[in-house]
Design a protein around this ligand. Structure first.
Ligand code: PLP
Length: 430
């Protein structure tokens, strides 16, 4: 892989892909194929026996997807990645790769709602218990850890609160016990590098900022190659006990021997979970997401600078009760935002308009901002959770989730900031 350091360059050149070897095409081709012809019987046997790596079947690997994986791994400062069909598949597989029935993980209370559903219901039905810890005090993670805890899980920039997660603080607790920290970095690609702060694994919904154009659903898991999986072999049985589905391979030993890299996590995710659960990213979606990745560094600058201009406009506006933004906090929470985010604080803003009616009316009067359940699009977006994503909850449950009746979430896009502010201004006036 070309060794570039700057995200602007990595988006365009951060893999060993230079041009298509057959046609010399510069744009990454869409290898829309299910399968790959083996050179001979020995070659096929070597691929299946993991004696050499190469293409077998698109459920497990694909050359278009491979370029995306290498570039996102480079962008995050990781060693290798595995792309999957959605952000949800990425978070589910991150947990299923370490925890089995009877195990538990400890997750932050500040998480995307879809992740909360997965953790509270579906994983529980599969026998994996998710214990929740308020990240305001990182020691809360330690308090609910026991010998069956296999992972810690947090989100860099979770809405609605937009309090930046204490990455190093929680990862330090976990590393002493052989517990890796998995970070969902969906809301802050480029501007936060969780692996550099001690996270072992980063995942993204590629659907958001990295894809950037609202065309394709995708997810990815990045292995930092920086975690000691054999420090306490009992702590991580799925990587340290013989895997009967691969002739008794012990992934924590076999993968470093085979690849020269400390990436048993991501290799197991691919060769066991993608093989068995089958949630690959399609080559066409990978192609679309690569187009986004090529400009994500540039877009993040515009997203962040536009969001700061909107925050400046909203702060002190007479119809806005409160503006929620990482740097609007005081004390330790603000310090964390400064410590972990570089080059901006993301494009998500919360604003409280006081009442449910005011929130709904604001949304109905927007002319340019789209009213959608999404974030991270190049276009500016808005949603009123009390009448949409959180409408099934009681008012008490909503408040516990940080959603007041008048809360509106904005995901600021890359249009000219004056046009964004003008639309918000007229909708507030209405
Ligand atoms: N993580 C975060 C922070 C998200 O916002 C989302 C989706 O909104 C997901 C994960 C799930 O991603 P996807 O919709 O690609 O499955």
């Amino acid at each position: 892989m070309a060794d570039f350091k700057h995200p602007e360059t990595i988006g365009l050149h951060g893999s060993d892909y230079r041009a298509d070897p057959t046609t010399t095409a510069v744009a990454v081709p869409i290898y829309q194929t299910t399968s790959y012809q083996f050179k001979n019987a020995e070659h096929a046997a070597n691929l299946f026996g993991l004696k050499e790596f190469g293409n077998i079947y698109t459920r497990i690997m694909n050359p278009t997807v491979d370029v995306l994986e290498k570039r996102v791994a480079a962008l995050e400062g990781g060693v290798a990645a595995c792309a999957v069909g959605s952000g949800q598949a990425a978070s589910a597989m991150c947990i299923q790769n370490l925890a089995q029935a009877g195990d538990n993980i400890v997750a932050s209370t500040d998480l995307y709602g879809g992740t909360v559903n997965l953790f509270k219901n579906t994983l529980r039905q599969q026998g994996i218990e998710v214990r929740f810890a308020d990240p305001a005090d990182p020691k809360n993670f330690e308090k609910v850890t026991d010998e069956k805890t296999r992972a810690y899980y947090g989100e860099t920039l979770p809405n609605p609160y937009l309090r930046v997660f204490p990455i190093k603080e929680v990862s330090d607790i976990g590393r002493k016990k052989g517990i890796p920290l998995i970070i969902d970095n969906t809301a802050s690609p480029v501007i936060c590098k969780p692996l550099a702060h001690g996270a072992a694994i980063v995942m993204h919904s590629l659907t958001k900022y990295i894809g950037g154009h609202g065309t394709s659903i995708g997810g990815i898991i990045v292995d930092g190659g920086n975690f000691d999986w054999i420090k306490d072999r009992k702590r991580q049985p799925l990587l340290n006990e013989p895997d009967q589905s691969y002739h008794g391979a012990v992934w924590a030993d076999a993968v470093p021997q085979l690849t020269g890299a400390n990436i048993p996590f991501v290799i197991r995710a691919r060769v066991v979970l993608l093989r068995d659960l089958g949630a690959p990213l399609s080559p066409f979606n990978a192609f679309q997401i690569i187009q986004g990745l090529e400009t994500v560094a540039l877009r993040m600058k515009q997203h962040c600078s536009n969001a700061e201009k909107v925050v400046n406009f909203l702060d002190g506006h007479k119809k806005v009760k409160k503006v929620i933004y990482p740097t609007n906090y005081q004390g330790e929470i603000r310090d964390r935002a400064k410590k972990y985010m570089q080059g901006g604080y993301g494009s998500l803003i919360g604003m409280d308009l006081g009442t449910k009616e005011a929130g709904a009316k604001f949304i109905d009067n927007l002319k340019m901002l789209y009213h959608v359940a999404n974030i991270g699009d190049a276009r500016s977006l808005a949603i009123h959770p009390a009448t949409t994503t959180h409408s099934q909850l009681t008012e008490q449950e909503m408040l516990a989730a940080g959603v007041t009746p008048g809360y509106v979430r904005l995901s600021i896009g890359i249009e000219h900031p004056d046009d964004i502010v003008a639309d918000i201004k007229q909708a507030l006036a209405a």
